[in-house]
Design a protein around this ligand. Structure first.
Ligand SMILES: [Zn+2]
Ligand SMILES: [Zn+2]
Length: 391
């Protein structure tokens, strides 16, 4: 078995010269992702969550026809450079939550589109609201031999726990058994999610939800699989035959832009223990933070990890490290195979020589622990605090 890094939630900005995801960067094309961005980041598996768009699926077909990638017999598309592309469809359900269906093949993608044709108003755009409920989408994914995963589960912005319900079991009944994966989202981690009892049967995914090249791989997973195919990724999520996710790598939840509740009246990010449901100014007009939401719905005060829950390692994306500009990054990349390799493996002494003690200190500290951070909320990201004196 081998270990590979993967990010299973990446958006496409444009395909065939037309917009796919309105909020995503137009430069973020399928071709650039596979052949430039993924190798630079060090990602060998990428999940493209806009594959349901007819524009993106047409580009997928072009790449298959030109031989730049090929369908694997066990699912997924293997590009010539060794990157495995998992086609996926992020959709907003009738209940208003974001759900991802990972699919094995072009044929299953076509069937997904056929099903959605009458349920979506625009099949070229991604993450649209569908006239289909959560259970319908679970069922569809299962029929297509895909893998179902609630996206950014705890965020106030269309996350299943953040926006809709305290309990998926209460919401959908025994169909919860069909759910194997749960995406944590940028503002939560395994410790937080494992205070909610029913998450113990889910494998956690830490994905970037990138809408621009710079954000690809800001969260990632380390998969232990045999070869790169859809089936192996599915097995790793279902923990079959030694396949598993060895570790999650994600932003410190406090860096997430929805970590704490945020008052829309006085624009203040909540402080103190929480859950904060009402601002000091007396207003209840708040965007609920992920931290505050989890405190509200949790079953345990401390995390109850199921056996074999992988470690969650806190990472700050390179571009968010204070003082690390493009020139320094270029110098640093001379000593690493990819950005992930730089974050994970490059000796700290080498980083110190190339970029100075402050940056070496931050990277060294994040490999073993947590950095001091002032939390984010209400759409603003948290920040690393300057006085990083523990080096
Ligand atoms: Zn989403
Ligand atoms: Zn998304």
């Amino acid at each position: 078995l081998q270990k590979v890094y993967g990010d299973l939630h990446i958006h496409i900005g444009s395909a065939l010269g037309r917009p796919v995801k309105i909020t995503a960067s137009r430069q973020l094309t399928l071709h650039a992702l596979i052949f430039e961005i993924a190798p630079r980041k060090g990602l060998e598996v990428i999940g493209i969550v806009d594959a349901g768009s007819t524009l993106v699926s047409a580009e997928i077909e072009q790449l298959l026809e030109s031989g730049e990638m090929a369908e694997h017999v066990h699912g997924g598309f293997l590009a010539r450079n060794g990157v495995l592309v998992i086609p996926a469809c992020e959709i907003e359900s009738r209940e208003g939550v974001h759900l991802i269906s990972y699919l094995p093949s072009l044929a299953s993608l076509k069937k997904w589109q056929k099903y959605m044709k009458s349920r979506l108003s625009n099949l070229t755009l991604s993450t649209q609201k569908a006239d289909a409920g959560i259970v319908d989408i679970i069922n569809l994914t299962y029929m297509l031999e895909g893998l179902f995963c609630p996206a950014h589960a705890f965020t106030p912005h269309k996350g299943i726990y953040g926006f809709l319900t305290d309990s998926i079991a209460a919401q959908i009944g025994q169909e919860i058994k069909m759910i194997k994966a749960l995406e944590l989202g940028l503002s939560s981690d395994s410790d937080m999610a494992d205070t909610v009892a029913e998450t113990r049967d889910f494998t956690f995914l830490s994905n970037s939800d990138a809408h621009s090249a710079g954000n690809v791989g800001r969260e990632y997973n380390l998969f232990q699989i045999r070869d790169k195919s859809f089936k192996e990724i599915q097995y790793s999520i279902e923990c079959k035959e030694g396949r598993r996710i060895v570790a999650n790598y994600g932003m410190d939840p406090r860096l997430g832009k929805y970590h704490r509740s945020f008052c829309l009246e006085c624009n203040k990010i909540a402080e103190g223990k929480g859950p904060v449901l009402e601002c000091e100014c007396g207003s209840k007009n708040m965007v609920m933070g992920v931290h505050d939401r989890i405190l509200q719905i949790r079953n345990y005060e401390l995390p109850h990890h199921p056996l074999g829950r992988p470690p969650y390692n806190y990472r700050v994306p390179l571009k968010d490290i204070p003082g690390l500009g493009p020139a320094t990054l270029k110098k640093l990349m001379a000593g690493a195979q990819s950005e992930i390799d730089l974050l994970e493996n490059t000796p700290v002494q080498w980083i110190e020589k190339a970029a100075g003690p402050a940056i070496a200190g931050i990277i060294g500290t994040m490999r073993t622990g947590r950095l001091p951070i002032s939390p984010g909320g209400g759409g603003k990201y948290g920040k690393i605090l300057k006085n990083n004196s523990n080096h």
